[in-house]
Design a protein around this ligand. Structure first.
Ligand SMILES: Nc1ncnc2c1ncn2[C@@H]1O[C@H](COP(=O)(O)OP(=O)(O)OP(=O)(O)O)[C@@H](O)[C@H]1O
Ligand SMILES: [Mg+2]
Length: 688
């Protein structure tokens, strides 16, 4: 069937895409009448009478009639009652029994029996009427016409119903489409809003001439970022200006006024949120012209950049600490040399010269001052991460037992000291003495912050660190030790500074400001870090992050404690090189004091020349590490080519073995300044 022939067309949207034309079945042009009679003449006669009323379909038997009924639809069936084979009653019964045909009116054609009994049987079989033979054309025509009309009307009603259904269907589909589109739009809006709400950002529209400034429209979670809703802002229009940080206010208000001229705004400022917290905002806007060419409105974003700012500050602080560390380290190193010479000299004078009581006293004071200087330098070197560390596995439980008594004594009766979670199975891999010193420092700081007494809690935890730790720690396992006090706390603006060397709030003579610097240097040099949190009036919490000690047999190898060295027991021939004259002279004198034969030279090339001339003569080369043209390590490498058996001792102000590059094997190290005994011990370690 082509669309052109279709009687009626309805436009329907397809389920998924664009609407398509869908045809409603056209009606057959004429109704059909099925005439069933075994007599050809009767068939012909009836056809002649009814031809112009409907299309006539003949069937000469009940079976043929049933076949037609399977294929076509009929307005009425004219059924002969008496037929050979299946008679009219039987045929009627089958027709009525089938769903498809049970509603087609049946008119019996009967020649003979007009008796009521027969008629009743016919009606009970489903007949609606009788026509008697010989057929009276007028009667037949009018009866059949009634059924044909009825049939047509029924078809028409059906068709209309179908059409209406199709229309309704189309309507429903269109409505469903609309609803779906609306839902999608709403969903998209919700998604957009969810994204904006999950970001630390607020989008706003703000009329250009609104004073005090406040937005007319806001999207994003204003309450989450500022703690205030748009209703709060409307109720108190001054809220924005009032909550600007006093140090930022003037600059920000000037920028807001200027934006009217430039049409642009991009400012950062601190702003106090509803809960009192100071946040950093980046406020950016551009001027949108209005439709009528008049003054428009600003479309802007308010971005919470507090976290970014904190990271920036952290980075700057880390860089600053690094720079101070380098500077301090350099100065401390030079002072170390000077103090080594002073202390060595004092030692020699004491040994060699007979002194009177007064002189002894003066020399004692000089030694005391030089030793204090050495202590200061040692602490500076600790901050600069250049102290000599001997890391080993430290069991925290034992540490707490050892320190408890010492601290209880130091802290005094007003302070309650508590240890928490110290029996975890992880051990820290650090220099134990330095760790004890660090904890002592932290505990003393805590005590000093609680002049009227309070509680100090030292607690341990086991922590796993992934990428991007705020302290820049390498990923891995760490043990943390946290010292918490209930003291006066540290002002937020000072938090960044307290670890810097010489920063102290204590009275002159009470604090050097090196305690936290040492703790910091020690933790960093050990591969960990320090975190400080504090709330004014509530207390301070300092956390040490320390690398976890490896467990298993490998750990045993790492845990090397310096064995007590034996005396060399004999006089050695020592070649000494140091570019610093004071240290060189003093060390040479000390070596002589110890009974050794010394040749002291000022640089590496002299050493090489001397060894080349008499390779066999020398037992030990003592060399400074940091020398201008060649490092002590490099010198030892070169000397060993000529005299492989020559023992070596490196003396260095950078006493951390890790800071010594390219260190030759089996070389001992001695940190400056050193005493006569320390020198003797180090030589003992070299030659035994
Ligand atoms: N637990 C704490 N509570 C309050 N303020 C502290 C605390 N710890 C450190 N501080 C502050 O940090 C400053 C620096 O501390 P740090 O330990 O480096 O030096 P210090 O204690 O002043 O002197 P030093 O430790 O050299 O004797 C202190 O002066 C103090 O203001
Ligand atoms: Mg201190």
């Amino acid at each position: 069937m082509s669309l052109a022939r279709a009687k009626s067309l309805t436009v329907l949207p397809a389920e998924d895409e664009a609407p398509v034309l869908r045809a409603i079945e056209p009606e057959p042009d004429r109704a059909r009448v099925l005439v069933v009679d075994d007599d050809e003449r009767n068939l012909l006669a009836i056809r002649t009478v009814l031809e112009d009323v409907a299309d006539i379909v003949d069937a000469k038997s009940g079976e043929e009639a049933l076949r037609h009924l399977l294929k076509d639809e009929f307005a009425v069936i004219l059924l002969d009652v008496y037929m050979p084979g299946m008679d009219g009653y039987e045929v009627a019964q089958i027709i009525r029994g089938r769903e498809q045909s049970k509603r087609i009116p049946i008119v019996f054609l009967s020649a003979v029996n007009k008796e009521t009994e027969h008629l009743l049987r016919g009606y009970s079989m489903g007949a609606v009427d009788y026509v008697f033979k010989p057929v009276e054309p007028m009667v037949l025509r009018s009866k059949v016409s009634v059924f044909v009309d009825l049939y047509r009307m029924r078809r028409e009603i059906q068709r209309k119903a179908r059409e209406q259904e199709a229309l309704l269907d189309a309507n429903l589909r269109t409505t469903a489409e609309l609803i779906r589109a609306e839902q999608e739009l709403r969903l998209a809006e919700q998604r957009q809003a969810a994204i904006i709400n999950s970001l630390p950002i607020v989008l706003y529209l703000e009329p250009i001439d609104r004073t005090p400034r406040r937005p007319a429209f806001v999207s994003g979670d204003l309450a989450a970022i500022t703690g205030f809703t748009i209703a709060d802002v409307e109720a108190d229009p001054d809220i924005w200006e009032q909550r600007l940080h006093p140090e930022d206010r003037q600059r920000v208000i000037a920028a807001i006024q200027e934006r009217r001229l430039t049409g642009k705004l991009s400012i950062e400022y601190r702003w106090q949120t509803a809960n009192g917290e100071w946040k950093h905002f980046l406020d950016q806007a551009v001027l949108l012209p209005s439709d009528d060419g008049g003054p428009g409105e600003f479309a802007g974003t308010l971005l919470d950049i507090t976290e970014r700012k904190a990271l920036e500050t952290q980075l700057i602080q880390a860089q600053k600490m690094d720079a101070i560390g380098k500077l301090t380290g350099g100065i401390a190193h030079d002072f170390n040399n000077l103090l080594a010479a002073v202390l060595g000299g004092i030692g020699l004078i004491e040994r060699r010269i007979e002194l009177g009581e007064d002189q002894k006293k003066i020399l004692g004071m000089t030694r005391h001052a030089a030793e204090q200087g050495s202590e200061l330098v040692r602490r500076l070197l600790a901050f600069a991460r250049r102290q000599k560390l001997q890391p080993a596995s430290v069991a925290l439980k034992d540490l707490s037992v050892r320190l408890n008594e010492l601290l209880a004594h130091t802290l005094g009766g007003l302070v309650d000291l508590r240890w928490e979670r110290m029996s975890g199975d992880w051990e820290a891999f650090v220099d134990e003495t330095q760790l004890e010193l660090a904890l002592m420092n932290l505990a003393i700081n805590a005590r000093d912050a609680m002049p009227d007494g309070g509680t100090i809690t030292i607690s341990a935890d086991q922590r796993q660190v992934g990428d991007g730790h705020p302290l820049n720690l390498a990923p891995g396992e760490y043990v943390t030790l946290t010292v918490t006090d209930t003291g006066e706390g540290i002002r937020p603006e000072l938090l960044q500074q307290v670890m810097e060397p010489f920063f102290t709030t204590k009275q002159v003579g009470k604090g050097t400001g090196l305690g936290l610097s040492m703790v910091y240097g020690f933790a960093r040099q050990s591969g960990g870090g320090v975190q400080i949190a504090s709330e004014l009036g509530k207390g301070t919490q300092v956390t040490l992050w320390l690398p976890r000690a490896p467990s298993g047999p490998a750990a045993k190898l790492l845990v090397k404690r310096s064995a007590v060295p034996a005396e060399p027991g004999r006089a050695l021939r020592v070649l000494l090189v140091d570019d610093h004259e004071g240290v060189r002279t003093m060390t040479a004198a000390m070596l002589a004091e110890l009974g050794h034969e010394v040749k002291a030279v000022r640089n590496g090339s002299s050493v090489l020349r001397t060894v080349k001339a008499e390779a066999e003569r020398w037992d030990l080369l003592i060399t400074d590490y940091a020398m201008p043209t060649i490092s002590g390590s490099e010198l030892l490498h070169q000397v060993r080519k000529q005299a492989p058996a020559l023992k070596g001792l490196l003396i260095t102000g950078y006493a951390d073995p890790d800071s010594i590059g390219n260190r030759p094997e089996g070389i001992e190290i001695l940190g400056k300044p050193f005493s006569l005994d320390q020198l003797r011990e180090a030589i003992g370690r070299c030659v035994n």
